[in-house]
Design a protein around this ligand. Structure first.
Ligand code: TYD
Length: 135
């Protein structure tokens, strides 16, 4: 099952090099309120391990690669982010984990809201109970 389609971004580059744009209401279906990036991840480290109640995000590996595991409580999907032209949406109430970061990985994330710890669900069992209760 597909939880999130891989979004193929257009490379607007020319003979000078590459350029990719992410714009509200085009590639990004929400107002971008926050941007963060994860880099210099230590070998063997995985990150994420949470879902968000309301937050929507788009993730792009602008350098290097990593795997994004998405889990909607029913199915799991792993997406390899290995190109600056590949993006994945992390929708609300989707458990996500990032694994197998390359040493050079820079994972850029666009988010629909500012940081709010109360929006996080960090307990997998509680997440499963919440999605199954709501469905
Ligand atoms: P965390 O959510 O644990 O990262 P991940 O789950 O993606 O591996 O975030 C690590 C720390 O950074 C934690 O103390 C919260 C803080 N943080 C912010 O203050 N603002 C942010 O936008 C993010 C993403 C994290």
């Amino acid at each position: 099952m597909i939880i999130s389609e891989l979004i193929e971004l257009t490379n607007l580059g020319d003979d000078r090099g590459s350029l990719v744009v992410l714009e509200h209401n085009k590639q990004v279906p929400f107002n971008i309120e926050r941007v963060y990036y994860i880099y210099a991840t230590e070998q063997g480290v995985s990150r994420g391990f949470h879902a968000h109640r309301e937050l929507e995000q788009i993730a792009i590996c602008v350098k290097g690669q990593c795997e994004m595991l998405l889990d909607n409580g029913q199915e799991k999907q792993t997406i390899l982010l290995d190109s600056p032209t590949k993006a994945v949406a992390i929708n609300k109430m989707v458990w996500h984990e990032m694994h197998n970061f390359s040493d050079d990985c820079v994972l850029l994330v666009l988010a629909s809201d500012i940081y709010d710890e109360s929006d996080y669900m960090r307990n997998y069992k509680a997440f499963i109970e919440a999605v199954n209760h709501d469905s």
